[in-house]
Design a binder for this molecule. Structure first.
Ligand code: HEM
Ligand code: HEM
Length: 197
């Protein structure tokens, strides 16, 4: 979709950039994911691999569940905004295959950003393990069924790894555009950057 390129969303070089709301939502999601991935691995290592189930492990699980739950709504809002407002037209120097590949990766990222936390929420509903910091429960999506909980959480962990790999490729592509190709791709998401020679 390319209907969103109003004057306020342009930089000095007159190349369209993402709207401020789209950029804020992008960086908030990126920060959330960069916390959730290591936290998910660290808490399962501490709890399941090392078998340490103390206050710290429980706090890590509670933080992961609560932050992931909030992130799910943030991503839902971001996706809705994207569908309603679109994105600026592609950076003109990109070849057609680069445009197709970047669109495919972006939509896959959006899909995983929804499916991964949803599977986490379904998993803890089935387990059930909905309590956060011993203070309150997240709403249950389904009744208890532990074998299915284990399957849902295994797929959650697997898809979180796929998300990690795709996000790493995405970041590498963004940095490659900025430092090697020296085009305007990163400036679309970070319009404070100066145009480069
Ligand atoms: C985008 C958000 C999320 C990401 C990137 C993420 C990522 C991860 C990762 C990397 C693991 C470790 C998997 C492993 O070691 O095999 C994990 C485990 C887990 N996550 Fe998430 N997660 C997210 C959201 C959620 C949500 C919303 C919940 C629940 C409300 C949740 C509940 C869990 C639980 C219970 C585990 C432990 C699974 C097990 O015991 O095998 N996660 N997550
Ligand atoms: C340092 C980290 C990151 C950098 C430098 C970066 C950079 C960018 C840039 C430059 C764009 C715009 C691409 C274009 O103009 O076509 C973009 C879009 C996007 N990024 Fe990132 N990103 C980062 C992290 C992430 C993470 C962690 C995620 C999610 C896992 C993510 C998800 C997305 C999505 C879904 C889009 C598509 C936006 C749209 O068109 O609606 N990014 N990113």
């Amino acid at each position: 979709m390319t209907q969103d390129h109003d004057q306020s969303a342009r930089q000095a070089t007159n190349h369209p950039v993402y709207r401020p709301a789209a950029r804020h939502l992008h960086w908030a999601t990126a920060a959330g994911i960069l916390v959730m991935l290591p936290l998910g691995f660290a808490m399962t290592y501490r709890g399941e691999t090392m078998d340490v189930w103390d206050g710290i492990t429980n706090a890590m699980f509670s933080t992961h569940k609560l932050l992931g739950f909030l992130l799910l709504w943030l991503v839902a809002g971001r996706l809705l905004y994207r569908l309603l407002k679109g994105a600026p037209p592609d950076e003109p120097s990109l070849r057609p295959w680069q445009k197709h590949l970047s669109h495919a990766v972006h939509w896959l990222l959006y899909g995983l950003l929804l499916v991964v936390p949803l599977l986490g929420w379904i998993g803890i509903s089935l387990y059930p393990s909905l309590t956060i910091f011993g203070l309150f429960d997240l709403p249950a999506l389904t009744g208890p069924d532990q074998p299915r909980a284990e399957r849902a959480l295994a797929v959650h962990g697997l898809l979180a790894r796929v998300l990690m790999v795709l996000a790493a490729l995405h970041v590498a592509a963004a940095l490659q555009h900025h430092f090697l190709r020296r085009d305007g791709v990163l400036r679309r998401m970070l319009p404070g950057l100066k145009p480069r020679g």
